[in-house]
Structures are given as C-alpha cells and as structure tokens.
Design a protein around this ligand. Structure first.
Ligand code: DC
Length: 337
C-alpha cells in the first residue's frame, strides 16, 4: 500500500535559459529516480525560485521535458544572505519507498548534514570490475576507496587458518568473536588488518575468495563488519564497493551503481588477473568458482547481492574500466561539484 509523501529538492543554476532548464529537469529526474516514482505517482509539484532567477520558468522546462503533472511556481522573498540562483521543489507523490530528498550542486550547502561529502555505492557480482573502477574513481575525485570485500576476505582467512568450517555459523562466531578487523590507509591505498597484523597480501587466493563468500552469509559476520564500513563513510567522501552497499550499508548514498557483466566475461577477467600474478589456474575452474560465488552471494538470507531500486545498472561486457569510471565521475561532478 503506497502512502502520500512530500519529497523536497533543490538545485542551483545560472540565470540563463539553458542552465535553468537543465538544472530543473535534472532535479526532477533525480527526485523521480531516487524515490522510485513516475509522473503517474505525482499529485503535484510546487517550485519556488530565488528572485534572481528571471531568465526562464523552471515549470516550463519541466513541462517541455514531457512531465504532464500539475505544477505551481512562485518566487521566494528576497532574504539577506540567502543562497542565490536557487530552484527549490516540493513534490507530493504516492510512493512505497522511503523519502529521499535531493540536493544538487550548490544547493547541497542548504543541508549541513551532507554538505562537503558524498558517498558512492558500487555493488555487483564478483569479477565485474568493481575494484578497478572504484580505484579509478577514487583517484580522479580524490576520495577514499573502501574495498569492503577485503574485510570479508580477512575473516575468511582467519577461519581457514583456524581450520573452521566456513559454513558453520556457530563455529565461526566462536573463532571470530575476539578477532579485531580494521583498515588503514597510506597514500590512498587500503590495508586490512587482523588483530593489528596486515593480511592484505594473503587474502587474494581462490581459497580465501570462497571462504569469504561463505563467511559473508553469516549474520554474525555481517553485523560485525557493518559498523566499520559506516564509520568510514560518516566522516569523508567515499566510494565503497561490495554486494550490499546500496541496499544495507549506505541506503542513503547519493550515488548508487550496480555493475554487472556475464559470468564468462567475469571469469575470463579474473583468470587473466590471477595468471598475471603468477598463479597456476584453469579457466574452467575460475568460471565454476564465479558461478558458485554468484549463487552463494545472491541466495543467502542476509543482505544478498541485489540491485537497489535506486541504483543505476551498468553492464560492462563491452566497456573498459575507464569507460565505467568516466561515466560515474561525470554524474558525480554534475550533481555534487
Ligand atoms: O568483492 P570480493 O570478491 O573481494 O568479496 C569477497 C566475498 O565477500 C564475496 O564473495 C562476497 C562477500 N562480500 C559481501 O558479502 N558483501 C560485501 N559488501 C563485500 C563482499
């Protein structure tokens, strides 16, 4: 049963037809996407502009973009110190989803809780290229990259070292309860520590991959790692890659992407990667592992791999990691900078 909600949003624009038009349309389309609504769900949209917006009507731009919904426009009083060139909207709509207000570009300054930082959630199956893309995006935008899989891998390694059955939840809890897992960064490069010992070099084997997939199904493990991930995202701009970032870890992330590729292409990429590292691997084994991990990650009861309704799906079969990173960087720059 959907309920009637009020969704707010704001954007800044230059006082010219093109800027007002594109900012207004972008704001409405982002509000629709982030809230999972369409024109049919909208009861009305009220638009207010600061008095310095005189070159064009935002309502006209929205109408001309094809949104046949009731629109009402007004001009705000001139207030000393108010943000200039600001277009604000309030959309009343029927929705099943939690309300996501949308503040873009300079209008983010209106929200001290989000101003100055943002989060990008990059989810998808193993081998889709998430970590390569996330590294490129973090470098270009100068933000922190948190590889969440490394946390699960570290706990998987601990379980292997202690000869614990990675599918036995009780045994896992006993083995991992006192273990402290943490992250450290040097020149933007992440290391993962188990009880203070850097294990980053030992978590990239096929054996640890499978153990990580198994331990990640345990509710105890997910709970243990949730706080670490959220804490890092609380204080700075970040890109997190994983399976449940957009759905569970950071449901309010400003940017969400779901990166996919066919199992064959993902296995081929992982095979080349492992071979380049000097590991002795067979393509068919890698493909079997990819399929098994997909099944594990998508069918587990807690936080399964799933696209958030407000995530943009990117299929990277015919794209390079640079293509995907450029796409993400362009959207972030458009909305945030
Ligand atoms: O991304 P990766 O291959 O390093 O992740 C290792 C395993 O950890 C993967 O099979 C699923 C799990 N994982 C998860 O459940 N949730 C995350 N956010 C990240 C990884």
């Amino acid at each position: 049963m959907s309920k009637t909600v009020s969704i707010r949003g704001a954007v800044t624009a230059e006082n010219d037809v093109k800027s007002i038009s594109s900012a207004s349309i972008r704001l409405i389309e982002r509000i629709y996407f982030k809230n999972g609504i369409k024109d049919e769900d909208v009861i009305n949209i009220t638009i207010s502009t600061t008095p310095d917006i005189t070159a064009f009507y935002p309502a006209r731009a929205i109408r001309e973009a094809g949104h046949a919904v009731p629109l009402f426009s007004c001009v705000e009083p001139s207030i000393d110190g108010a943000l200039s060139g600001c277009i604000r909207v309030m959309a009343t709509a029927d929705s099943d989803n939690p309300v996501r207000n949308v503040y873009l570009s300079g209008a983010r300054a209106l929200r001290p809780d989000i101003a100055g930082r943002y989060a990008i959630a990059l989810d998808g199956p193993s081998g889709a290229g998430k970590s390569t893309v996330a590294k490129l995006v973090s470098k270009t935008l100068g933000i922190t990259y948190l590889d969440t899989g490394a946390l699960y891998r570290a706990l998987g390694l601990k379980a292997i070292e202690n000869k614990v059955n990675t599918k036995d939840e009780k045994a896992l809890e006993k083995c991992l309860d006192k273990v402290e897992v943490s992250l450290s960064y040097e020149n933007g490069v992440q290391s993962v520590l188990l009880d203070g010992v850097d294990v980053s070099g030992r978590i990239r084997t096929p054996e640890v991959s499978m153990a990580a997939s198994n331990v990640s199904a345990a509710p105890y493990v997910r709970k243990k790692l949730l706080g670490i991930q959220r804490k890092i995202a609380e204080t700075q701009s970040v890109i997190l890659d994983g399976r449940d970032i957009g759905t569970v870890v950071l449901p309010d992330a400003e940017f969400k992407y779901f990166l996919t590729a066919s199992a064959e292409i993902r296995a081929r990429r992982r095979f080349e990667e492992l071979k380049a590292k000097g590991q002795n691997v067979v393509y068919e084994d890698v493909l079997r592992d990819v399929n098994e991990r997909d099944k594990n990650d998508s069918t587990r009861a807690v936080a399964p791999l799933k696209k958030a309704y407000d995530a943009v799906e990117i299929n990277s079969d015919d794209m390079t990691a640079e293509d995907v990173a450029n796409l993400i960087v362009a959207t972030v720059k458009e909305d945030v900078l």
